[in-house]
Ligand binder design. Structure first.
Ligand code: ME8
Length: 531
């Protein structure tokens, strides 16, 4: 039985339109999911929308809609954007679905029965823009303004159900200390450890519901309270796979998210799970933020890289070009990443147009010219060393890539793949098959060289495919490789799989070179229709 691999993204608030930030987290998860499928794991990749926020209810009122109508519209926009980006999620959970609501009620009831959720009174600083309470210390340090949006905090007193978070502090600390990979990257783990040492207080997990038709999941046996939206949302990771056919997926291997919501995922969520007696996820991966041309993206600046803009980039550079830029230049580590047109152009041309794409054209063109488009027999031996020990190189790089994907080190994994592609360029330059081919006596050697080039590019294409699925599928076809069934990762990575006698396909450039003097792509009336 293949080993399960469960990866999630945050579930996004439906009162915003999708933008590059949401696409990025989901893309990170998509590429890891795609690699793990290639590596033979039984993958379950989940994304979705978080819908019971107070802001959804108020935004709906402003538009004379019901909350669910407003949520339906925006959830559809997320689904559409994600399908267009080519995401391979196995499910899309909406917290307004009964399959989620029923489970949340069950979990809360279990926590109440165990005495981990109790009724009490809470007074605190409410950050309406983030829908969270801040402690006195955090509120004071932030001068009683939201640390995220700068909007004033409001003192609120509520009768609430509380979760006994403090009871789990020592256990959580011990878990984080014993599992260095639990919170990543390292800088984020240190932040959480630092804050944890200040101590944990019990947290409210409900809010008073207006008399009728409250927007939210009502507390078991108490219609006057709904489950606090964050608690409702966190449970999605469990509720979606808490069915007979999916239970093997828990615990998740990776929760992908950004640093803004790390505390909920690295502290509240694991404590809820411990209280429920469930195993903890293996890794909570909190990346940093995309900013744009040096400035934070915000509603007030109106400078989000929105979907119409992403469409405009994809029209010029292809969706895979966009995916490549985001994955190789993205804020996976502890620092923010800047979305700039100049960097996009530079990376696209260097890595894709002049890099991998050019290597495929060069090799398929030479096979067309010297061997009538038929992959030549490597008469000197598929693995003959004509300057590069190819079997050893691809073994090393495919091993490096596998280890890097497992650590969510996407830059490292793609770098390993690109090393193979760049080695092909170097090899062609060093062995100069185009010169050798002038003397027909050299054709057997030229055949061996070109076989090795095509085989190395086939392997590089598989290693790049989690990042750029469409164009790499095309590249693999152009190189004449058509496997039967679904070969294992080890087979795909084994040198010599490309069958001599297969037909290569020339074609338009995989990644046409981009004009370095052209203006940046901007949303047009055609792309503006996108979500
Ligand atoms: O917080 N750069 O939803 P949300 C990179 N519903 N990633 C970004 C980003 C940026 N500039 N902006 C947003 C919520 N993101 C809750 C989550 S989960 C149980 C509940 C991504 O719509 C990033 O993943 O505000 C961030 O954590 C998430 O969107 C926040 O999405």
């Amino acid at each position: 039985m293949p080993e399960p691999f469960y990866i999630t993204t945050p579930i996004y608030y439906v009162n915003d339109k999708p933008h590059i930030g949401h696409c990025y987290s989901t893309l990170v998860a998509d590429s890891v999911a795609r690699f793990m499928r290639l590596a033979g794991r039984d993958v379950f990749f989940l994304t979705g929308t978080d819908e019971h926020s107070e802001r959804v209810a108020s935004a709906a009122v402003e538009r004379s809609l019901t909350p669910i109508q407003w949520a339906d519209d925006n959830a559809a926009a997320f689904k559409e954007a994600f399908a267009w980006m080519g995401f391979s999620n196995d499910d899309f959970i909406r917290t307004t679905e009964s399959r989620h609501i029923d489970r949340v009620k069950q979990y809360i009831r279990t926590l109440m029965d165990k005495g981990d959720v109790v009724l009490g009174e809470y007074a605190g600083w409410w950050d309406h823009s983030q829908e969270e309470y801040l402690t006195e210390t955090v509120a004071r340090d932030a001068e009683y303004k939201s640390p995220v949006t700068g909007k004033p905090l409001v003192k609120r007193t509520e009768k609430n159900y509380f979760f006994k978070l403090s009871a789990y502090q020592d256990k959580l600390l011990a878990h984080i200390e014993a599992h260095p990979e639990f919170i990543r990257p390292e800088a984020r783990r240190n932040e959480v450890l630092g804050r944890l040492r200040d101590g944990l207080q019990d947290v409210p997990i409900s809010r008073a519901a207006p008399a009728e038709g409250a927007w939210g999941i009502t507390m078991p046996d108490d219609l006057s309270h709904v489950v606090y939206v964050w608690i409702d949302a966190l449970f999605n990771y469990m509720s979606t796979v808490d069915t007979d056919d999916r239970r093997t997926y828990w615990p998740a291997q990776v929760h992908v998210l950004a640093k803004d919501i790390l505390w909920f995922h690295a502290v509240i969520w694991p404590c809820l799970l411990m209280a429920l007696g469930k195993p903890l996820p293996e890794c909570v991966y909190a990346h940093s933020f995309w900013i744009r041309e040096g400035r934070k993206m915000s509603k007030s600046l109106g400078n989000f890289v929105d979907m119409p803009t992403v469409h405009a980039y994809a029209d010029r550079f292809s969706i895979d070009g966009v995916r490549w830029y985001l994955l190789t230049q993205g804020p996976l580590g502890a620092t923010d990443a800047d979305f700039t047109y100049s960097k996009f152009l530079e990376v696209y041309n260097a890595d894709l147009a002049n890099g991998f794409g050019n290597a495929v054209s060069r090799v398929t063109n030479m096979i067309a010219k010297y061997f009538d488009g038929v992959v030549p027999e490597p008469e000197g031996g598929a693995g003959a060393n004509l300057g590069i020990d190819w079997p050893a190189l691809v073994k090393e790089k495919s091993g490096e890539a596998r280890a890097a994907w497992a650590r969510v080190d996407i830059g490292g994994a793609l770098h390993a793949a690109m090393t193979v592609s760049r080695a092909v360029d170097q090899f062609v330059n060093d062995t100069a098959p185009f010169k050798l081919a002038k003397d027909p006596a050299n054709l057997p050697k030229v055949g061996t060289i070109l076989y090795q080039c095509a085989e190395a590019l086939r392997i590089a294409a598989y290693l790049l495919s989690p990042a750029m699925p469409t164009s790499m599928c095309d590249a693999i076809g152009r190189l004449g490789y058509a496997p039967e069934g679904t070969p294992s990762y080890d087979t795909l990575m084994t040198w010599g799989q490309l069958a001599p006698g297969s037909t290569v396909r020339k074609g338009d450039a995989l990644f046409p070179r981009a004009d370095a003097d052209a203006d940046p792509p901007v949303a047009t009336p055609e792309t503006a229709g996108s979500p």
